[in-house]
Design a protein around this ligand. Structure first.
Ligand code: K7E
Ligand code: CUA
Length: 682
């Protein structure tokens, strides 16, 4: 129901807009032409709407923006898309509606999340967080204890034939080199893997077009032998390596399986953003890098700062990986297992044609594959251009061995001129690119605080219409990522773009010294891009976001009775209403409890100090939204039980006293009575 400003001004807007645009024409427009701005005054609104607009000092443009983004009470369907946003430092995922940009959910991933009881008391979240610390690669974490923080950067929705399918969501922990999987049936985190040989990560996540793999690669290279830290920086070239990881996805459950996963060893550059090929480039992935200089810093020891050392060369290297070939190499037994994962060594990857490098101008940032799979747009960061590579050209150069050189690690470097399809000067600080369905790219310009819109080449645009800057929009301020609707699939859905701005400066009321991030919704339907709204994000710094059509998400409203969210199957300890029981065996107290409006049954638990306590709690409700909580004060136990859910809480009764366990959700008129006693007797 997009309504143009002109339609509004003329009072000619249609049906759904009747709320604001009435048949009764109030004041006439006060010379508020197309120039934007205008006074609070008239825009052909009905008398009452006109009065509200005037009182609130809203211009005709403001009213149009409001109409374009407003989701009226009780009409959630007017949010046509969901955003899945990384929560940055919060270690979480934010789910929002588009165009309203209302926050719908916060999914706990790498950080405990109290409302959902994620990480507080041996329920699913606790188990996932613990496994995510000590699984596979977690040698350091095992020594240092449970990780309760992650830095989420890039969410990746699962795909079928290059389109989002609404089944699973993956996200990486930039800080610790971990990856998590969220099930979109219940929007809960099911698995965290500490990826072997990754100390940190940046490239990924993204899935391959049929979700065969989810990819995650290193940020800073990894010390291959932890006992050699003393010479890590002096012998950087030999001791450090990057890794591109293909985590195999179980097609039934969405879980990642380490024994089918593999890595490709990379030179110790700093691998940055990455993306998957699709359609013509299916079977390939592309990873940018910077610091091919391998600068190590040491600014206080007579060395140059990393920012200087890493910016010396005119070119860095894009890594081009043929993962179908990598699968063959592994099948042929040419990999080594390192820390529990198969690794194709660098020399093998080079010799077998698994890895090629492509020069790319000066410390680039994002590499994003266009919907047709042929164009790869690289944001220059320190170069004011978007450099557009053609996969057809890359493929031809590889086949013809059209090399510029073989690098120090034995990897062939393709000739730059042979693989570039176009270069467009877009402005300062180009970072990330998204696409629409018409063959336009939208690139974020960090330093310019702007979004630049440009045209791709054939088959979208020909001749002098191709590779052109066509529009530029100022945003507020210092944009990082941006997202268009389904903008990195084979079929983008146009219409909106969201700019993820790092600085908000003067856009919101002052709330102290740490300012919110600013999500700006941009209308792409007109000839010029136009900002529709600002939304503050006050819970960490989101990086990437993916936007999916709302209709693709088929989330459950209640669990089938007795479901354990970890397995999504019936828990063996789940019980029906009336089947509650309690067993005291030696030093163990075990109870099978039901949870419903408005009592726990049994509601009295007597343990002896030092007992092991095992509580199986089943929410026997079948009504959507009939969630109960279960908390034991002082024991740091707090779980959430959605309708149909069964969880098990296990702990030691190590403090004596009487503890009033209670339901933490206001579930009924007698919610406050939904409590009981946990007695620990010395
Ligand atoms: Cu540009 Cu981690 Cu995607 Cu942030 S990265 S902006
Ligand atoms: Cu159950 Cu409150």
């Amino acid at each position: 129901m997009a309504i143009s400003r002109r339609e509004l001004i003329q009072g000619a807007a249609v049906g759904g807009a009747g709320l604001v645009v009435g048949g009764v024409v109030g004041k006439v427009a006060l010379g508020d032409g197309d120039g934007g701005g205008g006074g609070a005054g008239g825009s052909g609104l009905s008398g009452q709407a006109q009065k509200v607009a005037t009182d609130r000092k809203l211009s005709a443009d403001d009213v149009t923006r409001a109409v374009k983004t407003f989701v009226p009470p009780g009409q959630p369907g007017l949010d046509t898309h969901f955003l899945f946003s990384s929560g940055g430092h919060s270690g979480q995922i934010l789910v929002m509606g588009v165009p309203s940009l209302k926050l719908l959910k916060v999914i706990g991933v790498f950080t405990p999340e109290p409302w959902q009881g994620y990480g507080y008391g041996a329920d699913a979240g606790d188990i996932v967080l613990r496994q995510g610390t000590t699984s596979a690669g977690g040698a350091v974490s095992k020594e240092r204890g449970m990780l309760t923080w992650g830095d989420t950067h890039h969410p990746a929705l699962s795909e079928t034939k290059g389109e989002y399918d609404g089944r699973w969501l993956y996200i990486q922990d930039r800080a610790n080199g971990r990856i998590a999987m969220v099930d979109l049936r219940d929007f809960k985190t099911k698995q965290i893997i500490d990826v072997p040989n990754l100390e940190s990560s940046h490239g990924g996540c993204f899935v391959t077009p049929n979700s065969e793999y989810v990819h995650i690669s290193t940020k800073t290279p990894t010390l291959t032998d932890r006992s050699k830290a003393a010479s890590a920086l002096t012998n950087f070239k030999d001791l450090m390596r990057g890794y591109s990881t293909f985590m195999a996805i179980n097609q039934g459950t969405g879980r990642m399986e380490l024994d089918r996963s593999f890595q490709v060893e990379l030179p110790p550059y700093t691998q940055d953003l990455a993306d998957s090929g699709k359609l013509v480039s299916d079977g390939w992935v592309f990873i940018n890098s910077y610091n091919s200089e391998m600068a190590v810093g040491g600014n206080a020891e007579g060395g140059v700062p990393i920012e200087v050392g890493a910016s010396k060369n005119d070119f860095d290297m894009m890594h081009v990986i043929n993962w179908k070939k990598a699968e063959e190499v592994i099948k042929a037994g040419k990999s080594r297992t390192i820390n529990g994962i198969k690794v194709i060594p660098l020399d093998v990857a080079a010799a077998e044609g698994v890895l090629h490098l492509i020069p790319e101008p000066k410390s680039p940032h994002g590499v994003d594959v266009a919907p047709n799979g042929n164009y790869l747009c690289v944001g220059g960061k320190l170069d004011p251009h978007v450099t557009i590579y053609g996969f057809d050209k890359i493929k031809a150069a590889i086949d013809a061995k059209n090399y510029e050189k073989i690098d120090d690690f034995g990897v062939p470097v393709l000739k730059y001129d042979a693989v570039v399809a176009g270069r467009i000067e877009v402005g300062l600080g180009p970072l990330h690119t998204q696409y629409d369905e018409k063959g336009y790219g939208y690139i974020s310009l960090f330093l310019d605080s702007a979004v630049a819109k440009f045209s791709l080449g054939e088959p979208y645009f020909k001749g002098d219409q191709a590779f052109k800057l066509v529009d530029k929009l100022k945003v507020n301020y210092n944009i990082g990522h941006l997202v268009t609707m389904e903008g990195d699939t084979v079929k983008p859905d146009g219409k909106y773009l969201v700019a993820l701005n790092k600085w908000s400066i003067d856009r919101f009321p002052v709330v102290g010294t740490l300012k919110p991030q600013n999500f700006q919704l941009v209308d792409l339907t007109g000839e010029k891009m136009e900002i529709l709204s600002d939304t503050p994000i006050g819970i960490g710094e989101p990086h990437y976001v993916q936007a999916i059509k709302a209709e693709r998400i088929k989330a459950w409203e209640v669990y089938p009775p007795g479901t354990n969210p970890l397995t999504m199957e019936k828990d063996p300890n789940a019980i029906e209403d009336g089947k509650d029981r309690l067993e005291k065996r030696g030093n163990t107290l075990e109870a099978w409890m039901t949870v419903k409006r408005s009592q726990f049954k049994p509601d009295t638990l007597r343990a002896n100090k030092g007992d092991k306590v095992i509580l199986h709690l089943t929410n026997v409700e079948k009504t959507p939204d009939a969630t109960h909580g279960f908390a034991i004060p002082r024991y740091n136990i707090n779980v959430s039980l959605d309708p149909g859910e069964c969880v098990t809480v296990e702990f030691t009764a190590d403090a004596e006293g009487s503890f009033a366990m209670y339901c933490t959700e206001f579930c009924s008129a007698l919610h406050l009575e939904m409590q009981g006693w946990f007695l620990v007797i010395a």
